[in-house]
Design a protein around this ligand. Structure first.
Ligand code: UT7
Length: 381
């Protein structure tokens, strides 16, 4: 029996707060004209104080589960691709697992820069195809605004926050994730990095004073790498799937720079209307950019059952990756009201369950302390 990993649900979340190019031009020496012509970005979304990578991931996941008509309890696996986790540990995926009440799911984070979502999709698809899991939630989520140096015009104009998610389900019918390609070149790791906060340079007065907790990038070098890698990786994934460029219904590139996207499309000979772009509204949301774009394209009806979608990305590491997906799921009809209500009820119950487990753990600790003291009293001296 051959199993295939089908995309059966999709969702996204972007924060409400909008930061326009004009807003930025009041913060650093830049202009709307420079940002638009050099990057294609007009505005980006920024997380509010209470929002984190996990909270945005949960919102995107809830939508994806609703589209898939799947309950969180049916999930076996959650992968969150991110370079801006809530904490170094526990994994953001575990926070998401708890908030969703996905009580049967394994959960871990994956760090592969802006290629993270493709990496996570590839890992999940292979696990499903191998029969190890039946249903997986794959999320790309970032709060890049928290690692952005808002006084550095070379980087602060580029990035935004958000989350995108897909639900993958194993099935015997043909289609779904047909092929993936992943690659890395660690010799370019210094071109795009967050220097401090890890074991090399743990947080200290010096790292903070020197701004080493902010993202650093050599933009021109990354640009050159991206222009080379995007077309090559697209060709490779199509070759692996036994398909050609003529088969591509929609190309969903990582949304980093309009000039990179245009160069890739030109090199591949793919017409503009077969390339999905939402970079103008969200900027570069790293691992979230491809799943947000995929979700919007599906919602807008730009992807229909039978279509071949190719997602291709590049990013910190350096890393790159592509996925060829044969779409098999039609746009779902809206859920009946009572079903939506039942779904919404699930999440407060999950929060209550989580609270009960914490309480249970505290009571158990208290009990073992009391019991320990009693044993201590009774034990021979
Ligand atoms: O997800 C992966 C992450 N990263 C990327 O994909 C980024 C890839 N790189 C890029 O997108 C582009 O390299 C950038 C958009 C970052 C920069 O565009 P560029 O055309 O490569 O500009 P540049 O770095 O060569 O800078 C050109 C000029 C410089 O001034 P001088 O030296 O020519 O006087 C910069 O100081 O533009 C200046 N500049 C700015 N001017 C106004 C840099 N940033 C700004 C700014 N506003 N925000």
């Amino acid at each position: 029996m051959t199993l295939h990993a089908h995309v059966v649900g999709w969702g996204k979340y972007v924060p409400r707060r909008v930061l326009t190019n004009d807003d930025l031009s009041r913060m650093v020496e830049t202009s709307d004209e420079w940002i638009r012509t050099r990057t294609g970005i007009r505005e980006r979304r920024l997380a509010d104080e209470g929002e984190t990578t996990a909270t945005m991931a949960v919102e995107a996941a809830r939508q994806a589960l609703e589209v898939a008509r799947i309950s969180p309890a049916q999930l076996d696996l959650i992968i969150v691709a991110t370079v801006t986790p809530d904490h170094l540990f526990p994994a953001t995926a575990c926070l998401v697992q708890d908030a969703l009440g996905a009580t049967h799911a394994a959960a871990f984070d994956l760090s592969a820069g802006c290629s993270g979502f493709i990496y996570a999709l590839s890992v999940a698809a292979h696990l499903l195809e191998a029969g190890a899991f039946q249903t997986a939630l794959v999320i790309g989520a970032e709060t890049l605004s928290r690692i952005t140096d808002w006084s550095d015009r070379a980087t602060c104009v580029l990035f935004g926050d958000g989350a995108g998610a897909v639900v993958l389900q194993a099935g015997e019918n043909e289609g779904g994730v047909l092929a993936t390609v992943l690659g890395a070149d660690g010799s370019g790791g210094d071109l795009l990095m967050l220097p401090a906060g890890g074991s090399r340079w743990p947080a200290s007065h010096r790292t903070v004073a020197e701004g080493l907790h902010y993202l650093r990038m050599q933009g021109r070098e990354v640009f050159r790498f991206a222009v080379r890698k995007m077309p090559a990786t697209t060709r490779k994934v199509l070759e692996r799937a036994g398909l050609t460029l003529d088969d591509v219904g929609l190309l969903i590139p990582h949304q980093a720079n309009q000039r990179i996207i245009d160069a890739a499309a030109r090199a591949l000979g793919i017409p503009e209307d077969a390339v999905y772009v939402n970079l103008d509204r969200y900027g570069n949301t790293s691992a979230a950019s491809i799943p947000i774009a995929l979700c919007e394209a599906a919602e807008e009806g730009r992807i229909q059952p039978g279509d071949l979608v190719v997602c291709v990305g590049f990013g910190a590491g350096l890393t790159w990756g592509a996925a060829a997906i044969r779409w098999t799921r039609p746009q779902p009809l809206p859920l009946p009201r009572y079903q939506r209500l039942l779904r919404r009820l699930y999440y407060p119950l999950a929060a209550f369950r989580s609270w009960l487990r914490r309480l249970g753990r505290r009571l158990a600790a208290l009990w073992s302390r009391i019991a320990g003291e009693e044993n201590g009293k009774n034990s021979p001296s």
